[in-house]
Design a protein around this ligand. Structure first.
Ligand SMILES: [Mn+2]
Length: 391
């Protein structure tokens, strides 16, 4: 690694120290493709055990102090009790994700369904999620809708948008205090002809109609191949409507692979826009939305957190003065070089130092493997039904 000026080094370390990455409860449960769920050993059997695994990730990384829940996958009798359990383990409950895509009633849509009774049921679930937020102290409600149509003419595009707007408005009106609504978009799937919230523009339009606490969330796996995601980041930052990220990697569709695995350069470019706008610690939610189908889950989440840290460290190393000067001078090569120099820097020694400063093992994966945690949960959770979405 090239020697960093002491000033640069301390600036980068202090930003990395305050970085927060939220892990997802469903990453710890069994998951798979539409073909097969391969069960793993030691998988949590309930939300309490998922929270324990999330706390383990935080214990070894120091930057993942919150865990997102998915309702009803993580439904419990007493959410305040689950929140206390989390606190006892050193983490807190984060974003509440609504689920209106796994009920027979939603075959033709949830909040956009032509049947008012189905729309009522779906909207009631969104409102129930705000109740959960009140009990857990969560700030963010994340909404993703599988709604759409498979065939031209199947339903009316504009009418479905009206129904969507109505459900969002009712839910938004239920938010209190600093609670926010994060609206996620996805290009396609499960609907193949038309998706009701397919892109950032649609999500943005709904958010603008709702109010300032409605923000867009970018799932990095939800775009067409070749989409310039960092451009979307820049546009939403400029509009003050970037609520957060669902980080993961894709090669083909919504692959939900480990963030930074498929395209670490893209992740760097995204984090560069965040750093340029000085938005690293201003409230944007940096979340993982991944499924670890064939790799061991807890170390995969640890690896993902580390990948986000590495991309962020590189983004923090971009020399903004040199970059601006080259841009102003129209020096294409030097402007590009300012980015590439930072990207090619090996930041792993810096991150090892950061972890040592935080009182952590510099190598979180090795530390996890040596901790005996997996051997313990494999034994403890050998009986009972593992959690998973059972596709
Ligand atoms: Mn997502």
């Amino acid at each position: 690694m090239t020697d960093l000026a002491p000033q640069t080094r301390s600036r980068v370390l202090s930003s990395l120290r305050t970085q927060r990455i939220e892990t997802a409860s469903w990453a710890y449960g069994n998951s798979g493709t539409r073909f097969k769920v391969f069960a793993q050993q030691g998988v949590p059997r309930d939300p309490y055990e998922k929270v324990a695994d999330a706390a383990t990730v935080h214990r070894f990384t120091g930057v993942a102090p919150t865990v997102a829940l998915h309702i009803p996958w993580d439904r419990v009798d007493d959410y305040a009790d689950l929140a206390r359990h989390a606190k006892d383990l050193g983490v807190t409950l984060g974003t509440i994700n609504a689920n209106v895509f796994q009920d027979d009633d939603y075959k033709l849509g949830s909040v956009t369904n032509a049947d008012p009774a189905v729309r009522r049921k779906a909207t009631d679930h969104l409102l129930e999620c705000v109740d959960v937020m009140d009990a857990t102290g969560s700030r963010d409600l994340k909404l993703w809708f599988s709604d759409g149509t498979n065939y031209p003419g199947q339903d009316d595009v504009r009418t479905r948008q009206d129904r969507l707007a109505e459900a969002l408005a009712e839910t938004y009106a239920r938010l209190t205090g600093d609670q926010r609504m994060l609206l996620e978009y996805k290009l396609f799937e499960p609907a193949f002809y038309m998706t009701d919230v397919p892109d950032w523009g649609t999500a943005y339009l709904h958010c603008v109609q709702l109010g300032e606490r409605a923000q867009v969330v970018i799932d990095t796996g939800h775009h067409a191949p070749g989409t310039n995601i960092e451009f979307i980041v820049a546009m939403l930052l400029r509009a003050g409507r970037l609520g957060g990220f669902d980080f993961n990697s894709r090669f083909y569709a919504d692959d939900d692979l480990m963030v930074g695995a498929a395209d670490p350069f893209q992740l760097f470019r995204i984090m560069h826009e965040i750093v340029l706008a000085d938005e690293l610690d201003k409230g944007i939610a940096f979340m993982l939305d991944q499924c670890h189908n064939i790799e061991p889950k807890i170390p995969a989440v640890i690896r993902s957190v580390m990948n986000v840290q590495e991309a962020t460290a590189k983004a923090l190393l971009v020399d903004h003065t040199a970059l601006r000067a080259a841009q102003q001078a129209g020096d294409v090569l030097e402007a590009n070089a300012a980015l590439m120099d930072a990207y090619h820097t090996d930041v792993r020694p810096l991150l090892r130092d950061l972890r040592a400063d935080l009182g952590l093992d510099p190598d979180p994966i090795a530390a996890y493997r040596g901790s005996g945690y997996f051997e313990r949960i494999r034994e403890e959770r050998a009986v009972g039904q593992a959690a998973g979405w059972g596709a």
